[in-house]
Ligand binder design. Structure first.
Ligand code: PMP
Length: 384
């Protein structure tokens, strides 16, 4: 019977939950899954309490609380000079993952092709497959710093290409899109019926003064894009699962046709609190400095180990190469590091459909300074 009902190969455990469980079991410092080990703002928690006390405890509107959509529209206008109508072009979602699944299911029909750059965050391919779409992946490599070869992208395009999925800043590689990428992408989609799903959940985690090239900035890309954002990343509250999606009205109509039956309404007290909290633009403008300090601190520590550090331009991840140290698979090595060194990380082969192993490990540095110190000391004590 399983064969007639199963649409996807596996469900339940992912490497993220496996590594976190192993870390807990052996008492390792968990730099695997991407979440902070410090709390979100007490002021924001207070605002949630207040919203509940004020009686915001029933269903929110399907598109989300209007005050929050208004604040998001202001933010996007200020940051990217882009206008989104809060009534028809912004929808609050139950986190980024739901926004991604909903956008894919709203536009992908059987046999539509979707271009995905690998290594890729794990929730893209399953959503495409459930809808009967075809994943056309293009593997990027650490040897050229995971740059996208747009010539190869052109070769992947067929008359069935419906969607290109982008993610900048990128999980797991910590790379970002540059102006040249935007130009190449624009040339490829020009006059084509190709949509874009732009996963921008790390939009504010970008360093060294670099600009976040949101699809919202480029009218020709904006008009064909779903842009996904997550308050989990923005407010250090991954467990709250609130995010949003921006899209032009014709795409948002399709999005809401799915959203209204999949989710209907997102946590209303949190939305009221976030609308209030977002009025202070320092909440997001302070994030690059806040995380850059952590990145620099962690990199300084890791530089003392024998790992070879890859650049980290954005996101809260730092990857390292270890192929010069041993020949173990990245999964085996990550497990051994967790058990023997007491530091958990993610092997990046899991982000490739074919399990391509470049001997690269990903660490999350959204942690307290003492956690990062402890992790680096353990790695230094361990005979790599
Ligand atoms: N996209 C990427 C690239 C992510 O790393 C994550 C979270 N790890 C998400 C989407 C999902 O965001 P959320 O937790 O809001 O569902």
């Amino acid at each position: 019977m399983t064969s007639i009902v199963s649409k996807l190969p596996q469900v339940g455990t992912t490497i993220f939950t496996t590594m976190s469980a192993l870390a807990a079991q052996v008492g390792a410092i968990n730099l695997s899954q991407g979440f902070p080990d410090y709390d979100c703002s007490p002021e924001l928690i207070e605002l949630v309490n207040q919203a509940m006390k004020e009686g915001h405890n029933q269903y929110a509107p399907m598109a989300g609380v209007k005050a929050l959509r208004d604040e998001i529209a202001n933010k996007v206008q200020k940051l990217h000079g882009a206008a989104y109508d809060p009534d028809t072009e912004i929808t609050i979602t139950a986190g980024g993952t739901q926004a991604i699944f909903t956008a894919i299911s709203a536009v992908i029909h059987p046999n539509d092709e979707v271009i995905v750059f690998e290594p890729a965050f794990d929730c893209y391919a399953p959503a495409i497959k459930v809808m009967g779409g075809i994943v056309k992946s293009l593997e990027l490599e650490p040897t050229n710093n995971y740059r996208i070869d747009w010539g190869m992208v052109k070769k992947l395009i067929t008359n069935r290409t419906k969607l290109i999925i982008l993610n900048s800043p990128h999980n797991p590689t910590a790379t970002i899109l540059h102006q040249e990428d935007i130009e190449q992408l624009s040339a490829i989609v020009h006059n084509q019926d190709i949509l874009i799903l732009s996963d921008e959940v790390y939009e504010h985690l970008i360093y060294d003064g670099e600009v976040h090239h949101s699809m919202a900035r480029y009218p020709e890309l904006k008009e064909r894009s779903f842009i996904v954002a997550s308050f989990g990343k923005l407010f250090h509250a991954t467990g709250w699962k609130v995010g949003y999606v921006l899209a032009p009205e014709y795409l948002m109509n399709e999005f809401r046709k799915v959203h209204q039956f999949l989710v209907f309404s997102v946590n209303s007290a949190m939305q009221h609190a976030m609308a209030q909290y977002l009025k202070d633009e320092n909440t997001y403008r302070s994030l690059p400095d806040f995380f850059q300090q952590k990145r620099d601190y962690f990199r300084q520590g890791l530089a003392q180990t024998q790992f070879e550090l890859l650049p980290s331009y954005g996101s809260y991840f730092q990857s390292v190469k270890y192929g010069h140290l041993n020949n173990e698979s990245d999964v085996d090595f990550a497990m051994r590091l967790t058990r023997e060194a007491g530091v958990a990380c993610i092997p990046t082969s899991v982000f490739y459909t074919r399990g391509t192993d470049h001997k690269v490990l990903r660490f999350c540095f959204a942690k307290k300074q003492e956690t990062l110190d402890d992790a680096v000391n353990r790695l230094l004590d361990f005979k790599l």
